[in-house]
Design a protein around this ligand. Structure first.
Ligand SMILES: NC(=O)c1ccc[n+]([C@@H]2O[C@H](COP(=O)([O-])OP(=O)(O)OC[C@H]3O[C@@H](n4cnc5c(N)ncnc54)[C@H](OP(=O)(O)O)[C@@H]3O)[C@@H](O)[C@H]2O)c1
Length: 280
């Protein structure tokens, strides 16, 4: 099977490439400089030449707060470009995997979000990713893989942000406790994507690590694992306003993933331990 990964410079793309190479798969990773997915001709031409069996779109505008002031660009990258990828996938009969986000939900629920729950994004980023989900459906074979709260060694993430605060000597750390989700270690997500494709998974599928927690809980675990005598204090979202509104509750139900693959989701705590051993 030949895999093509777009957005090759990013956090998920790097771990997915590593996971595929470890399995001896034929994988081509294209960074933005090699393939700009907003360029229709380049996208159709490149994919037409490579003729992959699977396209995993890891390219995205992921700066959630910056997106508020860059709606056109965020929508072009996260939304409209996915139309080109769907068309290109159809041209070569490839399976298109589009990564999406818990931020397509508004967070009003208090039980995990199922794949068919109504979407209602609160931010430009969430809206742009929803446009991408809709575009992916124009591929004859597609999987929209929604995930959440990613951390991995190849990119900036919450774990590193907390460690940077610890390194700067910030004590106590103030972290929001009224947003709940499921942190996800990117190598776990990479394995999940491979399993989904191997099982021929189509439609919307959620993958996130277990269990749910708040950012405050997550930060406490990072501090504990780090072994620093730093205090973590819970604060409310209202005390820390950000340009983009985040859902208060964005816990994804992974029932469909577990039924499809027959595999339980991994633990973010184990992912955190591995992360800290690899990125000292
Ligand atoms: N990070 C999270 O917490 C999170 C949570 C849920 C879902 N997701 C989704 O997971 C996916 C992967 O996220 P990630 O964290 O790995 O993102 P990332 O590290 O920001 O990687 C995204 C990559 O896409 C590239 N890119 C941007 N515009 C492009 C374009 N026009 N053509 C080609 N490449 C382009 C970026 O290159 P430049 O650096 O040069 O811009 C970057 O290398 C995204 O779809 C994201 O929405 C992420």
């Amino acid at each position: 099977m030949k895999w093509l990964i777009t957005g090759g410079g990013g956090m998920v793309a790097n771990d997915l490439r590593r996971a595929l190479e470890e399995r001896g798969e034929d994988v081509l990773t294209l960074a933005r400089a090699d393939l700009d997915i907003t360029n229709a001709a380049q996208t159709l031409g490149t994919i037409g030449d490579v003729k992959p069996n699977v396209i995993v779109n890891c390219a995205a505008f992921t700066k959630v707060d910056d997106a508020e002031k860059n709606e056109n660009l965020a929508t072009a990258i996260n939304g409209s470009s996915v139309e080109f990828l769907a068309q290109a996938a159809n041209d070569v009969d490839a399976h298109l995997v589009q990564l999406s986000t818990d931020f397509v939900f508004d967070g009003a629920k208090r039980t995990p979000y199922e794949i068919n729950d109504p979407t209602n994004p609160l931010s430009v980023y969430g809206r742009s990713k929803l446009v991408g989900e809709q575009a992916a459906q124009h591929a004859k074979r597609y999987a929209v893989v929604r995930t959440s709260w990613l951390f991995g060694i190849s990119g900036p993430n919450f774990v590193e942000a907390i460690r940077n605060q610890i390194r700067k000597g910030t004590n106590p750390l103030r972290v929001v406790s009224d947003q709940r989700g499921r942190p996800t270690y990117t190598p776990h997500l990479a394995n999940a994507i491979i399993r989904i494709v191997t099982c021929g998974g189509e439609g919307v599928i959620h993958y996130a690590d277990s269990d749910e927690c708040s950012w405050f809980d997550f930060a406490r675990e990072i501090v504990r694992a780090h072994g620093d005598p730093v205090e973590v204090v819970p604060v409310s979202t209202a005390e820390f306003p950000r340009p983009a509104v985040r859902p208060a509750y964005s816990v994804l139900s992974t029932e469909r993933y577990e039924r499809l693959t027959g595999v339980r989701t991994d633990s973010w705590r184990e992912g955190l331990a591995e992360y800290l051993s690899l990125r000292p």
